[in-house]
Design a protein around this ligand. Sequence first.
Ligand SMILES: [Fe+2]
Ligand SMILES: [Fe+2]
Length: 145
Amino acid sequence: MISQFHAKLFDSMKDVGEPRFNLAHERLFNMIVDADEILGRAVTAERTLVQEDWEALSGVCDALAMYSKQHFAEEEEFLFKQGYPDLDRHRVAHHSLIEELNSFQKKVIQRDEMDLKELRRWMLEWLLHHVNHEDYAYAVYLFKK
Ligand SMILES: [Fe+2]
Ligand SMILES: [Fe+2]
């Protein structure tokens, strides 16, 4: 079951007007919650990550990278067809999200001990900020169109 904290965060994620993209955002959000729960358990127990955590985190990370790339490509194709004027900037934003995720993935592969609290914040913001600002900007544009 999803925690109250995660449910609240989920509710704060904006509707971008395209049901399939809202669903994709929900799916990405759920992956991040999976990662956050792994990290949260370690933080609560005041311990570092154990072998099992690293493996689980690596699985979530792979799924997140794969599915984000797919979602970003679908979104870009859709925005291109819609003639969205800010598409180039949006592409750059997607590209830097993938880069951030790749460098996180490398840390997980290297079992790099990270600041878990910092990492949790980064993970939760990674998607939410993009959806609520950059994706929401195209939703507003398409709504006015
Ligand atoms: Fe986007
Ligand atoms: Fe999106």
